[in-house]
Design a binder for this molecule. Structure first.
Ligand SMILES: *Cc1c(COP(=O)(O)O)cnc(C)c1O
Length: 413
């Protein structure tokens, strides 16, 4: 890039104007929404796409031979093509619609527990995982006798590749790790981790519920077996997500839930199954939510995923810089490669109180263990506050957080 290419510059004020909810107040103060890592707000494009479907073109998908069903099926399958493009999958047949991140990990856990992970087989998880990418593997430990091996992370949430490689054995079947921590925002060296997993004959799954929001994802470049993203953090609706699976892997994977659409032939004595991805989409899917997710991904592409990431990197630098000036605030995670997700504690104050006081100033942040208790233990805390930024956040929002923290300190310090 030679000069300031306009393609890479976000008009944040205009973009923010596309989110109706951001016009509301909180206790009479301007709303400063910094809980995006828990769930992001929705632009008009997503709201309109879902409303349009309900008002103009709604029926069940895949089964009808009538106009509305055909139109809805087209919209649903278009969303699959959009998701394939968003992740740079080789084909839309590698895109399974799930009900979210949690559903994706349960699907893979269940199916691999049927086909290849048994007693004594090993699964590698990192200490920075979200509970949704831990508990389904505990199921395999409890029910199948699988063994979980834990990958330590640094204080900044970083993975050491040597430590990682040392965890493999002839029994390692799967690595399941986050591509980006929802607490520290640290990005994982996905390509190297995938290469090492494959060299040891293991499959690798990435939890992309955060990474998919804050930068471009290329599943072919990473060369992973599975990759999960979730709609509600991607400016889309809740109740929907995407599980990418490499074609050859999905073709060999047994189904998870049984029901309509996922079958080929059902008799009183036997059943045969549909091909991937339909084999993994039993029953009526979240039709409106899939259409909404397609609109959200298209919206992100329209703004430019790189432009959003560049804006967020400036917000990250700004907030880290300002926080470092507050001697009563401790920040967790200062990795170089991190998104604007900032965990912190305030001296002498419980994170819940910090969050409650900030809330009264109009600033919404998260406080708690962030569904990552093993990471909390690793960091030596029971809870932190967390401010997480999105495309529509501004530098004024950073200032509002800092003002709110000064006030918190005055009140509690
Ligand atoms: C939110 C989140 C999940 C869970 O996704 P849901 O769609 O809410 O089930 C998993 N992993 C990470 C890193 C997350 O941030």
């Amino acid at each position: 890039m030679s000069d300031g290419a306009p393609m890479n510059v976000l008009d944040v004020d205009a973009l923010k104007g596309e989110f109706p909810i951001l016009k509301r107040d909180a206790y009479g103060k301007p709303l400063v929404y910094l809980d995006n890592a828990a769930s992001a707000q929705k632009p008009r494009a997503v709201i309109d796409a879902m409303t349009h479907a309900m008002e103009h073109s709604y029926a069940n998908v895949h089964r009808g031979l009538h106009l509305l069903s055909n139109e809805t099926t087209t919209a649903y399958e278009d969303a699959r093509k959009i998701a394939a493009r968003f992740l740079n999958a080789a084909s839309e047949d590698e895109i399974i619609f799930t009900s979210g991140g949690t559903d994706a990990f349960n699907l893979v856990s269940y199916a691999l527990g049927v086909s290849e992970i048994g007693e004594g087989d090993e699964i590698i998880l990192s200490l920075a995982e979200h509970h949704s990418n831990i508990v389904p593997w505990h199921f395999l430990r409890e029910r199948k006798g699988a063994v979980i091996k834990w990958l330590d992370v640094s204080d900044d949430g970083e993975v050491d590749l040597g430590t990682y490689e040392a965890l493999f054995s002839a029994r390692t079947k799967l690595v399941a790790v986050s591509h980006m921590s929802n607490v520290l925002g640290t990005l994982t060296p996905a390509r190297d981790m995938a290469r090492i997993a494959h060299a040891h004959g293991a499959k690798i799954l990435f939890d992309g519920c955060q990474a998919g929001v804050h930068g471009a994802v290329d599943v072919q470049d990473i060369d992973c077996d599975f990759y999960a993203i979730t709609g509600h953090k991607l400016y889309g609706p809740s109740g929907v997500g995407v599980l990418y699976g490499k074609k050859s892997v999905l073709d060999a994977l047994p189904p998870y839930r049984g029901g309509g659409e996922m079958i080929d032939i059902v008799t009183t004595d036997m059943v045969t199954y549909n091909d991937a991805p339909h084999r993994f989409e039993a029953g009526t899917p979240p039709i409106l939510e899939v259409i909404g997710l397609g609109a959200a991904l298209t919206w992100m592409e329209g703004k430019g995923v790189a432009a959003i990431a560049a804006h967020e990197a400036r917000l990250r630098d700004h907030v880290l810089e300002e926080l470092s000036k507050l001697n009563f605030v401790r920040v967790y995670g200062r990795a170089e490669n991190k998104a604007p997700i900032v965990a912190f504690t305030v001296e002498g104050a419980h994170p819940h109180d910090v969050s409650a006081i900030l809330d009264r100033t109009g600033v919404a942040v998260r406080a708690g263990h962030h569904c990552a208790q093993p990471l909390m233990k690793r960091l030596g805390v029971s809870a932190t506050a967390r401010a997480s930024f999105a495309a529509y956040n501004t530098h004024d929002d950073v200032e509002a957080l800092i003002r709110g923290l000064r006030k918190t300190h005055e009140m509690l310090g």
